[in-house]
Ligand binder design. Structure first.
Ligand code: ADP
Ligand code: MG
Length: 682
């Protein structure tokens, strides 16, 4: 047996199981060894019936006192019961729909049962325990791995395959870390880590194994990001003409803030420097990133290059299209719009214009990545709200050009530095840390259900003053969780009962994009007073006349998300407000929400969010586009992440191409880790 031995050659793995395993990506022993448990069951301690703790699953050694009895309760429900005894007492074991147990448990034999012991009065019982014959145990007496599963693959199957695999092959696993690095960071060897992550000798061995695997994974990832960055900066880039910021300013309807001007200055240096730009502009909502991007697009135009700007939603793309047309058309820039929902003929016309160089700036959604989009001369690729796009998509936009274009990424999500390094590790970062003048911070309040009527009164008052209002609900339809405000039902109630005199409309992600667009356009045009919505308005939408943001079930949202939502108001000249409505009384929740009412600094809020909830918010649904991580849990492993990042930077500095013999294995891993992201290395 070695790492290439196929799992379907194991006894007990037929073609059906082989296929089910393949669905998990498990075809060989090597695959299985790098498929890590998601949890463990400590089966090291064996208890007697009377002494078994009752709050968690435990092992109990006992004798089967009588033949197991099978009884059919009704169609589809069979119970198998038997009595077990030891010197300390007796207990009943019950199995649901596991008819084989009747023959598997032999009266008069001893077994180790693993499960939860329930006690009611003098009665003890276990339901659906797993069991092994005393003296023939494989898994009891150990720390047992619990693997992520799929249909047709049980944990016992995986553990049963992993055990001989580990015993025979753990030592063959490739050592992916240079020896000096392992020594410096106190990391155990690959073989030890492999053996102990599957079947830990004890909790300490597990911690040592996990630390190494997590480090290795984050280190590889960090190397990949650092490598991308260093490699890009080596290539030649298009040179845009040196047109100073002052020449551009007359196109803007306002004077730029110091931070905007600084960002423009950095862009000018990048775009005229002869190397391809890879820059992230991070700026809080409303900090004015669009104007900065417009400057870059204008520079491209002045040099005879095209610009593509990709936004995550049609609403946003349309809005950018309008803003940029207004700003840049007077300078002669021809601006186009490309959306997935456009008619085929419209798309074709735009494709032709792009290919012929008759459009200078195209704004669009993912549609920009589709086949048929070709450029005459793409010089600049801009993506907005980057964390919604993957690394792969970002590079796909650039890949549309014959010569690699400059890349500008804009994000309104303040991200703590450690995470930013990971997600944006291949980019240079500019932070816009200043809001346009005249903005008064949004005043934020936390109210309970008892203040609902007052809150409605406030809504009326804002509308009476000519303002508009967002009301955010956590759900679309009333469903399982009936405590949650749902957009459709709540909008109806507001329109018919609470505000019959006002214009109420709703929008959510399940609407057709055309309908969504229509509602958003009406809201932006002032034809709607109150917009009831899910978080679809979270990203980038700009309606300066909206001055009040009400968030229902505020406890349901993370701080970063609340911050995004609040950023939808306070964009105009009026004092704006955010009201968090929450009936939740847990002190943690109230503290979290109260913190939010007192802080408007997005970075501070992001740090707090990371501290309270882990990086789930930042890393939701793989939107970050990072490769799948198998060992690392970014919620718990930020310390190791930092260490790994520093180690990666140091290694890349010493050996930028990862070409030294001892680093080749690292390079191989980096390539494999990013393999899913296709052409990222091309
Ligand atoms: P974001 O950084 O969230 O993308 P936008 O670029 O949409 O912000 O700008 C938010 C609003 O602020 C827009 O209405 C924009 O016209 C306005 N704005 C941007 N910069 C300035 C400035 N320097 N002075 C005044 N208003 C500005
Ligand atoms: Mg924006």
């Amino acid at each position: 047996m070695d790492l290439t031995t196929r799992l379907d050659s194991f006894a007990g793995v037929g073609p059906a199981r082989g296929k089910a395993l393949a669905r998990l990506g498990l075809e060989t022993v090597g695959d299985l060894l790098s498929y890590y448990p998601r949890a463990y069951e400590d089966r090291t301690k064996v208890h007697s019936i009377a002494d078994a703790p009752t709050e968690e699953a435990v092992c109990v050694s006992a004798l089967v006192a009588e033949p197991a009895r099978l009884s059919r309760i009704r169609k589809g429900l069979n119970l198998t019961k038997c009595k077990i005894v030891d010197g300390t007492g007796s207990a009943q074991v019950t199995f649901f729909n596991q008819d084989y147990v009747r023959h598997a448990l032999v009266a008069g034999e001893s077994y180790i049962f693993y499960g939860k012991m329930e006690v009611s009065g003098r009665h003890r019982q276990m339901t659906n325990p797993v069991f092994e014959r005393e003296g023939k145990t494989r898994f009891t007496g150990r720390i047992m791995p619990v693997y992520p599963l799929t249909a047709g693959v049980s944990n016992n199957l995986l553990a049963g395959l992993a055990l001989p695999s580990v015993e025979n092959c753990a030592a063959m696993v490739e050592e992916g870390l240079p020896a000096a690095l392992r020594w410096e960071h106190g990391l155990c060897a690959a073989g030890y880590a492999c053996a102990n992550v599957h079947f830990p000798a004890d909790q300490e061995a597990l911690a040592v194994a996990r630390r190494r695997l997590v480090f290795e994974e984050l280190f590889t990832l960090s190397c990949g990001m650092a490598f991308l960055r260093s490699r890009r900066s080596g290539a030649a880039g298009q040179v845009f003409p040196r047109r100073e910021v002052e020449e551009f300013l007359p196109l803007l309807p306002f004077a730029p803030t110091g931070a905007q001007r600084r960002a423009m200055g950095e862009l000018l240096t990048d775009l005229t420097g002869g190397k391809p730009m890879n820059r992230l502009i991070q700026g809080d909502v409303g900090s004015g990133k669009t104007a900065v991007a417009a400057y870059a697009a204008w520079l491209a135009f002045e040099g005879g290059y095209q610009t593509a700007m990709m936004a995550p939603t049609e609403i946003l793309a349309r809005q950018h299209y309008e803003t940029l047309s207004r700003l840049l058309a007077p300078a002669g820039v021809r601006v186009g719009l490309l959306l997935g929902s456009m008619k085929a003929t419209e798309k074709k016309a735009l494709h032709a214009a792009l290919a012929a160089g008759e459009v200078d700036l195209v704004v669009g959604t993912h549609a920009l990545l589709s086949e048929g989009v070709e450029y005459a001369n793409l010089g600049l690729a801009i993506t907005d709200e980057q964390h919604r796009f993957g690394v792969g998509q970002r590079s796909a936009l650039s890949a549309k050009a014959a010569v690699p274009p400059h890349v500008l990424v804009m994000s309104a999500t303040p991200i703590p530095r450690t995470l930013a390094l990971l997600i944006y590790g291949d980019l240079d970062v500019t932070v816009i840390d200043e809001l346009p003048p005249g903005r008064t911070p949004v005043e934020t309040f936390l109210v309970g259900e008892d203040k609902r009527q007052r809150m409605y009164g406030f809504v009326r008052k804002q509308v009476a003053e000519g303002r508009q209002v967002y009301i955010i609900c956590p759900a679309v339809e009333e469903g399982e969780d009936s405590d949650l405000k749902a957009v459709t039902a709540f909008a109806k109630e507001l329109a018919e009962v609470v505000f019959p005199e006002l214009r109420v409309a709703f929008v959510h992600g399940k609407l057709k994009s055309r309908d969504k667009e229509a509602v958003m356009a009406a809201f932006a045009g002032g034809d709607i007073d109150i917009l009831v919505s899910t978080t679809v308005v979270e990203v980038g939408v700009d309606v300066p006349n909206a001055s009040l943001m009400v968030i229902e079930n505020a406890e349901r949202f993370g701080l970063s998300q609340l911050h995004q939502l609040r950023g939808r108001v306070g964009r105009g000249q009026w004092q704006s407000y955010c009201v968090l409505v929450s009936g939740n009384h847990s002190s943690e929740t109230r503290e979290r929400l109260r913190y939010f009412t007192q802080t408007t600094d997005g970075f501070k809020i992001a740090e707090k969010d990371l501290e309270l909830r882990g990086p789930g918010d930042f890393f939701g649904q793989r939107q970050h586009g990072l490769p799948v991580l198998r060992a690392a849990d970014l919620a718990g492993d930020t310390r190791v992440l930092k260490e790994a990042q520093e180690a990666a930077e140091k290694l890349l500095e010493a050996d930028p191409g990862l070409a030294e013999p001892e680093n080749r294995v690292v390079m191989g891993r980096v390539k494999r880790l990013f393999a899913e992201d296709g052409d990222i290395f091309n």
